[in-house]
Design a protein. Structure first.
Length: 653
C-alpha cells in the first residue's frame, strides 16, 4: 500500500505541473481571442482563422516551456528521489505567480499596441521608458485602454487564485513525505522519467524538429497580415526583438552624415521636389511612352545560387552561354552583396545590401514595395519556390508580407527528396515548380480575363554541401565545377520542358545569380568574381543584344517594369538601364563597401577605416593604385548611397 502511494505521489506531481502549464496556455489563448474579437475589422483577406490560433498555442507553448523548465527539473528530480516537500511546490507556485503575469502583461498591452501600429509589441516600447510620466499618462488616461488593463488584472488574479487552489489540492493528495527507503530501480525509473519530461520541455522551447528552432516566420500561413501576426506570442516577439537589436550586424552605420548623403543620392538619381522626411527617395515613375511589350506577360525569375559570371564561357555552362546570346544580356552587372538575402531584397525590392545585415529578418517583418507588390497591384498572381525550410532567413514571413500569394518550401516536398540541410536538389525544385506553374498558366492564356503570374525560383545546388545526383555525369572532375555543370543543366532542363507549355510564349524570363563566388585567383580584398554576376532577360518583345554598361541588382525592378510598360510609386535605388546609363555602381560585403566605375575599383572597410584602390585594366584585371585622392568621387558615391539606405532602414515601417 505504501509503495502504491509513493508511485501515485510522483504521478500526482507531474499532473500538478501539467495543470499549471495548461492553465497558462488557456489564459494566453484567451488574450489572443480578445485581440481577434477587438481588432477583427483589421482582417483584410478571406482566410481561415483557426490556423492562427493553432500557431498561437504553438508559440505560447514555447514561452510557457521557458517558464516551466526550471521548476519542472527541480520538483521532479526531488520527487524521483522521494522528496515531496510542500515547500518545493510553494516555491514553484511563487515562481509561476511572478513570471506568468509578465507574459499576460505583454499580451494585454499588445492589443492596443497592435491597434495603433499594426504590429506586435517589440523593443520600441523601451524608447518610451525615458518619458515615464508621459507614458503613464497616455496609458491610464486613454479610456480605450482601460478594458485591457482591467482584463490583465482580472485574469492575473484568477490565475494566481488557481495556483493557490491547485497547490493546496495536491498538497492534500500527495500528503507528507515518507521516510520509507525506495528500491534503487524505482528511483532510476523515476529519474529517467523526470529527464524525459525535462527533455520534452526543452524541445518545447526549441519549438520544432527542423534544422532551426522556431522563428517568427513560422506563424505566417496566409496572405492576411493581421492573421499572420495573431499567432505570434507577444512576449516571444518582444524578447526576439531585443535580441535582434543587440546583434552586431544590426548596428547603425556611420559613413557620413545623413543630410548630405540624402541630398547627394537624390541628385544622383535625378529626384527633384520636396523631400518626404521618411521616404526620402519617393517618386512617381510614369509608364514609358513606348514599352517593349503591350500585353501582360507572365514573369519567371530564376535566381541561381552563387553563379558568378566568371563561370560563363569556360565550358561549364553551355545553357547559360547559349542564353546569353539569345537574351538581353548584361555583361557588367553586379550583385548587391554576397548573401542570398541581399540578392533577393535588391533584385525584387530594389533595396541595396547594408554589409552583413539581413534585411528580410527581424521581429518586425518590414513592408517593402517592389516587383511583387507592383505586379500584384496590376493583377498578377505571385508564387515563390525555395529548396529549404520556409522560415529560413524569415523568407516565409517576408515574402507573404510583401506581395507573394503562395510560398513553397521544404515542408511541401516529399521527405525522401531532401538531400542536405538546404533541402531538395535543383532538378526536383524545377520539376515541382513547373507543375505548379502549369496549373496557373495553362488555364486560359488568351483573352482579357486571364490572370498573369510571376513565379520566382530560388536554387541552392551551387552552395556547399554540394550534392550532384548519381544519374548526372559531369564532364569535369573538380566538385566546384561539377556542381556548376549540374546547376546549368537544371536550368536548361526546366526551360526545355517549359517551352512545351502553352504559357511559355507569353512569358518573360529573368535569369540571374543571387551573388557570385570566388573563382580563380583572389584579385582584391573583395574578389570581383564574388559580385560580378550574369543577368539575362528574354521573352516576347525583347530583342536579344548585349548591354555593356554598368548595372546592379537594384536596377532590375525599374528595368523590368519599364519593359512591361508599368508606372509605379518608387522608393528604390535603381534606374531603368534601357533608358539611362550608370556612371558608377556600389555594393557591399560583410565588412566592406565598394564602388566602381568603368576604370576604377574602390573598397572601404569601415571597421578599419581603410581604403583599397585599384585601376581596372582593359582585360578586367586589377592594378593597385596608390593615390586614394583620385578615388574621392567613388568614395562619396558609395558612402552617400549606403548612408541613405541606412536612414531608410532605420525609418522603415
Amino acid at each position: 500500500m505504501m509503495k502504491k502511494k509513493r508511485n501515485d505521489a510522483f504521478l500526482l506531481t507531474v499532473t500538478w505541473l501539467l495543470g499549471i502549464h495548461v492553465c497558462g496556455l488557456a489564459v494566453l489563448s484567451l488574450f489572443r481571442a480578445v485581440q481577434y474579437i477587438s481588432l477583427s475589422s483589421m482582417v483584410a483577406n478571406e482566410a481561415p482563422v483557426a490556423p492562427a490560433f493553432v500557431r498561437g498555442v504553438w508559440f505560447d507553448n514555447v514561452v510557457a516551456c521557458y517558464l516551466m523548465v526550471v521548476p519542472l527539473a527541480v520538483v521532479l528530480i526531488a520527487a524521483a528521489l522521494g522528496c515531496y516537500s510542500r515547500a518545493l511546490r510553494r516555491g514553484a507556485s511563487v515562481w509561476f505567480a511572478i513570471l506568468y503575469p509578465l507574459l499576460f502583461m505583454a499580451s494585454a498591452a499588445n492589443i492596443p499596441y497592435f491597434a495603433y501600429f499594426f504590429k506586435n509589441i517589440n523593443s520600441s516600447i523601451f524608447d518610451w521608458f525615458g518619458y515615464t510620466g508621459t507614458t503613464a499618462g497616455m496609458v491610464f488616461q486613454e479610456r480605450s485602454y482601460w478594458f485591457y488593463i482591467a482584463l490583465f488584472f482580472v485574469l492575473t488574479a484568477l490565475f494566481v487564485a488557481f495556483l493557490i487552489w491547485w497547490r493546496k489540492r495536491f498538497d492534500a493528495l500527495i500528503g507528507q513525505p515518507s521516510g520509507h527507503r525506495r528500491p534503487w530501480s524505482t528511483v532510476v525509473v523515476r529519474l529517467l522519467g523526470a529527464a524525459a519530461l525535462v527533455g520534452l520541455c526543452i524541445f518545447g522551447i526549441r519549438g520544432r524538429t527542423g534544422y532551426n528552432p522556431i522563428k517568427i516566420s513560422q506563424a505566417y500561413y496566409c496572405n492576411d497580415p493581421f492573421l499572420n501576426q495573431l499567432g505570434i506570442n507577444p512576449a516571444f516577439n518582444l524578447l526576439t526583438s531585443v535580441l535582434d537589436d543587440n546583434r552586431s550586424e544590426n548596428a547603425e552605420l556611420h559613413l557620413t552624415d545623413y543630410a548630405s548623403a540624402i541630398d547627394y543620392t537624390r541628385r544622383e538619381l535625378g529626384i527633384a521636389g520636396t523631400v518626404d522626411s521618411l521616404h526620402v527617395l519617393h517618386r512617381q515613375v510614369a509608364a514609358p511612352d513606348s514599352a517593349l511589350v503591350t500585353s501582360r506577360p507572365n514573369i519567371v525569375f530564376i535566381l541561381m545560387e552563387s553563379m558568378s559570371a566568371s563561370f560563363l564561357g569556360r565550358g561549364f555552362t553551355p545553357v547559360l552561354d547559349s542564353l546569353s546570346r539569345q537574351s538581353l544580356s548584361f555583361t557588367r552587372f553586379f550583385s548587391a552583396g554576397i548573401h542570398t538575402n541581399h540578392g533577393m531584397t535588391a533584385t525584387l525590392y530594389s533595396f541595396p545590401a547594408l554589409m552583413k545585415r539581413n534585411l528580410m529578418k527581424g521581429t518586425v517583418t518590414l513592408h517593402r514595395d517592389g516587383i511583387p507588390t507592383v505586379l500584384k497591384a496590376n493583377g498578377y498572381h505571385n508564387i515563390f519556390f525555395m529548396t529549404h525550410e520556409a522560415q529560413y532567413d524569415n523568407m516565409n514571413a517576408f515574402f507573404r508580407t510583401n506581395g507573394y500569394d503562395e510560398i513553397y518550401a521544404q515542408e511541401d516536398y516529399p521527405r525522401e527528396e531532401v538531400v542536405n540541410s538546404f533541402g531538395v536538389s535543383d532538378h526536383f525544385l524545377f520539376d515541382f515548380a513547373l507543375n505548379k506553374i502549369n496549373n496557373l498558366g495553362n488555364g486560359a492564356q488568351t483573352g482579357s480575363n486571364r490572370q498573369p503570374f510571376m513565379a520566382t525560383i530560388l536554387t541552392i545546388s551551387n552552395h556547399p554541401p554540394y550534392v550532384v545526383p548519381d544519374w548526372f555525369h559531369p564532364q569535369t572532375t573538380d566538385p566546384e565545377t561539377q556542381i556548376v555543370e549540374y546547376a546549368d543543366w537544371c536550368v536548361g532542363d526546366f526551360l526545355r520542358k517549359a517551352s512545351q507549355q502553352p504559357w511559355f510564349n507569353n512569358t518573360i524570363f529573368v535569369v540571374e545569380a543571387d551573388h557570385g563566388k570566388i573563382v580563380g585567383d583572389v584579385d582584391a580584398e573583395l574578389p570581383q568574381s564574388y559580385n560580378h554576376i550574369p543577368l539575362m532577360i528574354f521573352g516576347p518583345g525583347i530583342t536579344p543584344h548585349t548591354y555593356d554598361g554598368l548595372g546592379m541588382q537594384v536596377d532590375v525592378m525599374p528595368t523590368l517594369l519599364g519593359i512591361l510598360g508599368i508606372g509605379y510609386q518608387y522608393d528604390g535605388f535603381g534606374v531603368d538601364l534601357l533608358r539611362e546609363r550608370r556612371r558608377m555602381v556600389f555594393y557591399s560585403a560583410d565588412d566592406q563597401v565598394v564602388a566602381r566605375d568603368s576604370s576604377r575599383y574602390f573598397i572601404y572597410t569601415p571597421k578599419l577605416q581603410k581604403s583599397f584602390c585599384y585601376d581596372i585594366l582593359p582585360d578586367g584585371h586589377l592594378r593597385e593604385h596608390g593615390d586614394e585622392r583620385s578615388f574621392s568621387a567613388l568614395r562619396e558615391y558609395v558612402f552617400s548611397m549606403i548612408q541613405t539606405a541606412e536612414f531608410m532602414q532605420q525609418h522603415a515601417q
